[in-house]
Design a protein around this ligand. Structure first.
Ligand code: 6PG
Length: 249
C-alpha cells in the first residue's frame, strides 16, 4: 500500500455551508473522471443535508447519474428497508428518485449473519473493481464520505475492536456496536476505504467538539487512522472546531 497522502482541514461557518462545500467537492470529483465513477456514502446524521442538496435541481442536473455508482462504507445489520438502514436513508433522500437502480449497491443484510453479509459485499466490490487485490495506482472509489462518532469511530470501525486492524479483507462483520444504534454492523476496512482519490469527513455541530479536539490532537482513534491513499479532507464547521484551532482557515 502506498503511504497515506496529504490531509487537509477545511473550516466553514455553518452546517449548511458544510453541505454545500461537500456537494461541490463531490461534483468536482465527478467532473474529474470521464469514465465510470464510484462514490462511497456513509451513514449517521452528518451526511443528510448533503444528500438533500444532491436531490435539488441545482445539483441533480449536474450529476452524471448513468455512469455513477453508489456504495456505502458501513451498514447496520437490519433489513434494507428499515429506518436504521444507512443505504435506505440515502435512497429515500436522493438516490431512488435519480440513480438507475443497478447503480445503487447496498450492503446485503438478508443474510444469516454480518460475516456473510460482509463476504457478499466484498465479492460485489471485487467484481465491480475487476480484481480481488487493491492496486494503489487504481483507486476503488473516486470519493469516500465519512463521519466521526463521539468515541472516534468512523464507518463501523470502533476503537479497540479487531476490525480496525484488518489488513486483508475489504469488508468485515462487527458483532456489536459501542454506540447507538446497538445493532451488529458490516463495515469496509481501512485498506478498502483508503483506496480512493479523496476521503471526505463531514464533522459539524458543537456536540462534535470534544471528539474533534481529540482527533485533531492525533489520538490513535479510527477516525484518525482512516486516511485516503490520495487526499483526505476534514470538512469542519465553526461550532465543532476547538478554540485552539480557530483561525485555521
Ligand atoms: C453509522 C455510521 C457512523 C457515523 C458516525 C457519525 O452507521 O452510524 O456510518 O460511522 O458516520 O457515527 O454519526 P453522526 O453523523 O450521526 O454523528
Amino acid at each position: 500500500m502506498t503511504p497515506a497522502g496529504e490531509r487537509q482541514l477545511i473550516v466553514v461557518d455553518s452546517a449548511a455551508e458544510l453541505a454545500h462545500t461537500a456537494a461541490g467537492r463531490l461534483l468536482a470529483r465527478m467532473a474529474a473522471n470521464p469514465d465510470r465513477i464510484a462514490i462511497c456514502l456513509t451513514g449517521g446524521s452528518s451526511p443528510k443535508q448533503l444528500y438533500q442538496l444532491l436531490a435539488t435541481e441545482a445539483y441533480r442536473d449536474k450529476i452524471p447519474w448513468q455512469r455513477l455508482h453508489w456504495f456505502i462504507g458501513d451498514e447496520r445489520f437490519v433489513p434494507v428497508d428499515d429506518a436504521l438502514n444507512n443505504m435506505a436513508t440515502a435512497r429515500a433522500i436522493f438516490l431512488d428518485r435519480n440513480a438507475p437502480p443497478a447503480n445503487i449497491h447496498p450492503i446485503p443484510t438478508a443474510t444469516e449473519n454480518p460475516d456473510e453479509s460482509a463476504r457478499a459485499y466484498e465479492r460485489a466490490l471485487q467484481a465491480f473493481y475487476g480484481a480481488d487485490r487493491l492496486d494503489p495506482s487504481k483507486p476503488l472509489f473516486d470519493l469516500v464520505l465519512m463521519g466521526a462518532g463521539p468515541d472516534g469511530h468512523t464507518a463501523s470501525l470502533f476503537p479497540g475492536y479487531p476490525a480496525i486492524e484488518e489488513t486483508a479483507r475489504w469488508v468485515v462483520g462487527v458483532p456489536q456496536a459501542t454506540v447507538a444504534p446497538f445493532v451488529p454492523r458490516v463495515t469496509l476496512t481501512l485498506p478498502a476505504l483508503a483506496s480512493c482519490r479523496e476521503m471526505l469527513f463531514e464533522i459539524a455541530g458543537s456536540e462534535k467538539r470534544p471528539i474533534l479536539t481529540r482527533l485533531l490532537d492525533g489520538e490513535n482513534l479510527p477516525a484518525v487512522r482512516a486516511r485516503s491513499n490520495g487526499k483526505t479532507v476534514w470538512l469542519v464547521d465553526e461550532a465543532a472546531l476547538p478554540e485552539d484551532f480557530r483561525g485555521e482557515r
